[in-house]
Design a protein around this ligand. Structure first.
Ligand SMILES: [Zn+2]
Length: 281
């Protein structure tokens, strides 16, 4: 349990630090170096790149907040279970009846649970799946966009050519070696490290997002897939997507706004009591 709780605290901290570093690198290094003279014809390019970056970042952070703001917990529980302290760390949730799960980290009963996201510190389920998918899409776009600008920065500032793909692969080992020899500064090494972080997060988020969209279209969740549970879902994929993304899905793609109706039972949690039940692994 300690490992999972630690991961639940470290992952959001890592996310916020990476976001802050991305902001600083963009506005203090990339934009002023790649577009050095805002008075000339580059003014339009500077404004365009700033707007694109802020749009991607606004949607990534907006959907991150919405994922936390609209949790997937069940509002109709009269008993909230409590997990045994001896329960294995490999088990992050216990399956209850009727497609409900008890998450050990959220300490809540979750409806149509997909998985626990450590970066948001929340379970992803029926209410916040749409925000989570958009969060993954925009995080992936922000990282890959930052990677392109980072490569452009290195080309302009240090005349490094990336025509040969091996240049990127050998960049981190060579930079680390030069750092210990004293010819590369800590900031330069950090920038190179961030290129790899952006590439890694960008590709992982893109792949994860494709998998989530596929599961949603099939009317399944990650939890069901892990249990090998074949869901009898006769709904067309369009209806499954509409259930998650709502009727105003086009608006939801470009802005982090509410597009799924909230039922009254979701808001009303006054009747929930904290009766303890022990669950073992
Ligand atoms: Zn959870």
């Amino acid at each position: 349990m300690l490992k999972l709780r630690l991961l639940n605290a470290v992952a959001p901290a890592y996310f916020f630090m990476a976001t802050a570093a991305t902001f600083v690198l963009h506005f203090c290094y990339f934009i002023p170096t790649i577009f050095p003279s805002p008075d000339t014809s580059l003014r339009g390019s500077t404004a365009l790149h700033t707007v694109v970056f802020l749009f991607l970042m606004f949607n990534a952070l907006g959907n991150y907040i919405m994922t936390i703001k609209y949790p997937a917990e069940s509002a109709n529980e009269t008993v909230i279970p409590v997990c045994s302290p001896h329960c294995s760390d490999k088990v992050d949730a216990h399956y209850l009846l009727n497609g409900r799960h008890f998450c050990k980290l959220c300490k809540k009963v979750i409806l149509k649970r997909d998985h626990h996201c450590f970066f948001t510190g929340n379970c992803i389920g029926n209410k916040n799946m749409r925000y989570f998918i958009m969060f993954c899409i925009y995080t992936s776009c922000t990282c890959l966009y930052s990677l392109v600008l980072g490569v452009a920065f290195l080309t302009v500032e240090y005349s490094i050519s990336f025509e040969n793909p091996l240049t990127f692969l050998t960049l981190l080992p060579l930079s680390t070696g030069y750092f210990f020899m004293g010819t590369v500064s800590g900031l330069q090494l950090f920038l190179v490290l961030m290129l790899y972080v952006w590439l890694g997060i960008g590709l992982v988020c893109a792949g994860f997002c494709c998998q989530q969209v596929l599961l949603v279209a099939r009317g399944q969740t990650w939890c069901q897939m892990q249990r090998g549970e074949l869901v009898e879902n006769h709904n067309p994929w369009r209806n499954n997507l509409k259930d998650v993304f709502g009727t105003r899905w086009i608006l939801g793609i470009i802005l982090p706004v509410q597009t799924v109706e909230i039922t009254h039972s979701f808001k009303d949690r006054s009747h929930i009591s904290n009766v303890k039940l022990l669950y073992s692994a």
